[in-house]
Design a protein around this ligand. Structure first.
Ligand SMILES: NC(=O)C1=CN([C@@H]2O[C@H](COP(=O)(O)OP(=O)(O)OC[C@H]3O[C@@H](n4cnc5c(N)ncnc54)[C@H](O)[C@@H]3O)[C@@H](O)[C@H]2O)C=CC1
Ligand SMILES: O=C(CO)COP(=O)(O)O
Length: 314
């Protein structure tokens, strides 16, 4: 068995490192100048073993199983250029977002570009640094084809990475994408000084939004209560390790935020805001995050917008 990981950011590198203890792994990045030092600046302080092959040449990628760990908004462009190379192999999406151009999730983009491939999703509560350090982590592996789900679950589990499987690709993928939007709102509440009680309300009402939207897009509600939905929502809304949460903190506090940081929830909020009226679902927190991210709504009006909504049953 051999595995390739496309995308040498924090997550791709952490997954490649974890799997390299078990099998032959090649990590592809567009910029691998760091490879000789065996330390990726996106994952500082983590030494990469010599057994992990790092390349910037896609023609070196021969593995049957490919993990795609690029940011969601870059995946469409990457596939437009390179999909033919991968069609027919097992392709595992590791991105957590909704594409702003098509309003599709990464797995649908991949399936359209690579129609002969089995497409799976790897998602769930996991910071790249935790995986890279070998800390215990549980994830969800979703694939509509049950046999492929089983073999990918086996192939991608390691001593510290425990995978659960499901055939609900939409549910698993949407949980991972939508929790980033809610994490921005949770961060903004903390950054603005609204307190932990406000954060708990946002997490809970945000989870209701996630479940509503996912159901409207064909997901099974129980998938949202699993690792990929509730599990990742809890992690991301409560940890300073989360870039989405930290971006929210900065929005709430009126601080600058480091440009170039991958914050999937900002674009995904805008995608969700575009989907909501089409699907006839109300998503006030996500729509507020879209407005904040676009600069259409000022933070000082955010609370009024949420609190002045009509009173209703829970
Ligand atoms: N970092 C984490 O803890 C986790 C990240 N994820 C997901 O993994 C995905 C990737 O995130 P990270 O690795 O954290 O991001 P990152 O910001 O660490 O790295 C992104 C990488 O993608 C590369 N890249 C960007 N556009 C590209 C293109 N057009 N072609 C080739 N390479 C390109 C960049 O050079 C960089 O190496 C996101 O969807 C994120 O939500 C999922 C779980 C955990
Ligand atoms: O997806 C993640 C944890 O499961 C990583 O979250 P951030 O992208 O917010 O850092």
């Amino acid at each position: 068995m051999s595995i390739a990981v496309i995308g040498a950011g924090a997550f791709g590198t952490a997954l490649a490192l974890s799997l390299a203890g078990k099998t032959d792994v090649t990590l592809w990045g567009r910029d691998t100048a760091w490879a000789e030092r065996r330390e990726n600046p996106r994952l500082p302080g983590i030494a990469l073993p010599r057994s992990l092959q790092v390349t910037d040449r896609l023609d070196k990628i021969g593995a049957r199983t490919i993990l795609l760990a690029l940011p969601a908004q870059t995946l469409g462009g990457f596939l437009a250029d390179h999909a033919a190379r991968f069609d027919g192999r097992d392709l595992v999406s590791c991105a957590k977002g909704i594409d702003l151009v098509t309003l599709n999730g990464p797995s649908a983009l991949i399936a359209q570009a690579c129609p002969r491939s089995n497409v799976a999703v790897l998602t769930g509560p996991s910071f790249a640094a935790d995986i890279a350090r070998g800390l215990p982590t549980a994830l969800t592996l979703a694939c509509a084809d049950a046999a492929t789900a089983e073999h990918l679950q086996r192939d991608l589990s390691t001593a510290s990475l425990r995978l659960y499987r499901t055939t609900d690709v939409a549910g698993a993928e949407l949980g991972g994408a939508l929790k980033n939007v809610i994490a921005i709102a949770a961060g903004a509440a903390i950054g603005a000084g609204f307190g932990d009680s406000a954060r708990a309300s946002i997490v809970t009402r945000g989870f209701a939004e996630m479940t509503r939207l996912a159901a409207a897009l064909g997901a099974r509600p129980e998938t949202l209560t699993g690792l990929s939905g509730l599990g990742d929502l809890v992690l991301t809304c409560t940890s300073d390790q989360s870039r989405n949460f930290r971006y929210g903190l900065a929005l709430g506090a009126g601080d600058d935020f480091a440009a170039g940081t991958t914050v999937e929830g900002a674009a995904t909020a805008r995608a969700v805001a575009a989907l909501a009226p089409r699907l006839g679902v109300e998503l006030p927190i996500s729509q507020l995050v879209a407005g904040l991210a676009e600069g259409r709504i000022a933070m000082e009006h955010a609370l009024d917008i949420l609190l002045n909504r009509p009173l209703k049953e829970e």
